[in-house]
Ligand binder design. Structure first.
Ligand code: ZN
Length: 342
C-alpha cells in the first residue's frame, strides 16, 4: 500500500514539476515570481530543534534555488525595481524572480547574505521593527521551546490558558515532537498575538532564570550592526512587516492598526538604512481598514496567496511562493511547488 502511495506521489510531483517548468519556460508577457523564505539554517543547526519545519531552508538549498531559477532563464530582480519599472511602463524581462525573507531573522545575515553576495542576487527582508536589535523572539518559537523542553509541567497554573489548545495532546508530557508542537501553534492562532505573548511572559516569570531564557548564544533577530553591514552594497533592502508581528485581523482598534502599519514605516525610515515602502502582511491576514492604510502609506504589499504576478496583478495583492526544505530540496519538488499553484 505504502509503495503504491509513494508511486502515485512520485508521478504527481513529476507531473506538477513538468507543468511548472513548461509554464515558466513558455511565459512571454512580463511575469514576476516572488519567493518567500523565513529562516536560513544549516542542516546541523541546533535552532532546527525549536523551529517549525515550514520556516527553514538550508543554505545549500537556497543556493540550489538560485541556480535553478537562473538555469530556466529567470532574472533575479529587486522587488522595488520591478514595481518601479512596471509603473513607469519600462521594459521588463519575460520572467523575473524576487527573493523575499520574512521576519528579519539573524540567520539571514549569517547564512543567506554570503550566498546572495556570491550569486549577486538582490533581496528584500521584511522587518518587524520593534524586534530588531533585541533578544526577543516570536511567540511560536517560545511555545515550541516550552513544549519541547522536557520537564515543562503542562499542569502548571500559569499554563492554564494553553490547555484548551492542546487537544488530544493534553495528557502528554513534554517534550513534544516538532510536529505536535506545530499542531498546537496552529490551534493557538485562534487567540490574538498580544494575549499569547502576555501569557508566555507571565509563565516565564514563574520559571527559574536559566529555563526562562533561550540557550542559543546569539540573538535570533537581526541586530543594528547586521542591518548596516547588509545594506552596504544595496543588494538587500528592508521592507515592513509591522512593529510587533501582530496579525492585522486580530487588532481591535484603528489606532492599533495605524501603529502596526504606519508606525512600522516611520521606524524603518528612522533607521536610515536601505528601506523600501513595501508592506508584508503577517500570516497574510488583513482587514478592509488594514488594506486602506497600507494603500495610503506604501507602494505595494505582499500576501501569502500563491501564484505568479502578471502586469495586471494589483501591486497591493502580490502573490508569492513559500519555500522551505520540505517543499523544495530538489529541482523537481521546487518546480512542482511552483507548478501546483500556476
Ligand atoms: Zn512573518
Amino acid at each position: 500500500m505504502a509503495t503504491i502511495r509513494s508511486f502515485i506521489k512520485f508521478w504527481a510531483l513529476s507531473a506538477f514539476a513538468l507543468y511548472g517548468w513548461l509554464r515558466l519556460k513558455s511565459t512571454r508577457s512580463p511575469t514576476l515570481i516572488i519567493l518567500t523564505y523565513h529562516r536560513v539554517l544549516p542542516e546541523n543547526a541546533p535552532e532546527r530543534e525549536f523551529e517549525q519545519p515550514g520556516m527553514i531552508v538550508s543554505p545549500k538549498n537556497l543556493k540550489k534555488h538560485i541556480r535553478l531559477i537562473r538555469s530556466i532563464g529567470a532574472v533575479p530582480v529587486h522587488l522595488e525595481e520591478w514595481l518601479r519599472k512596471k509603473k513607469a511602463q519600462e521594459p521588463l524581462p519575460s520572467l523575473s524572480v524576487a527573493f523575499t525573507f520574512d521576519d528579519g531573522w539573524r540567520d539571514n545575515y549569517l547564512h543567506a547574505l554570503p550566498i546572495l553576495r556570491q550569486e549577486k542576487v538582490p533581496a528584500t527582508i521584511f522587518l518587524v521593527t520593534k524586534m530588531v536589535d533585541t533578544e526577543e523572539t516570536f511567540w511560536p518559537e517560545q511555545v515550541i521551546r516550552l513544549l519541547r523542553t522536557s520537564g515543562t509541567s503542562l499542569n502548571d497554573p500559569a499554563l492554564e490558558w494553553l490547555r484548551p489548545y492542546l487537544g488530544e495532546l493534553a495528557n502528554k508530557s513534554t517534550p513534544f515532537s516538532l510536529l505536535e508542537a506545530d499542531r498546537v501553534i496552529n490551534c493557538l492562532k485562534d487567540l490574538d498575538d498580544a494575549t499569547i505573548l502576555d501569557h508566555l511572559a507571565a509563565f516565564a516569570h514563574t520559571l527559574p532564570k536559566k529555563q526562562a531564557g533561550t540557550s542559543e548564544k546569539s540573538p535570533p533577530i537581526l541586530q543594528n550592526g547586521d542591518l548596516a553591514e547588509m545594506a552596504q552594497d544595496d543588494l538587500v533592502k528592508y521592507g515592513a512587516h509591522t512593529q510587533n508581528h501582530f496579525r492585522l485581523n486580530r487588532l481591535n482598534s484603528q489606532s492599533a492598526l495605524e501603529q502596526q502599519i504606519v508606525g512600522c514605516l516611520s521606524d524603518l525610515e528612522a533607521m536610515r538604512i536601505n528601506s523600501t515602502p513595501i508592506f508584508c502582511y503577517p500570516n497574510g491576514d488583513t482587514t478592509g481598514s488594514g488594506k486602506q492604510l497600507v494603500a495610503n502609506h506604501y507602494v505595494a504589499a505582499c500576501t501569502t496567496k500563491t501564484g505568479w504576478n502578471k502586469l495586471t496583478r494589483s501591486e497591493y495583492d502580490l502573490h508569492r511562493f513559500n519555500l522551505h526544505d520540505g517543499n523544495s530540496s530538489r529541482a523537481r519538488s521546487l518546480l512542482a511547488t511552483i507548478g501546483r499553484s500556476l
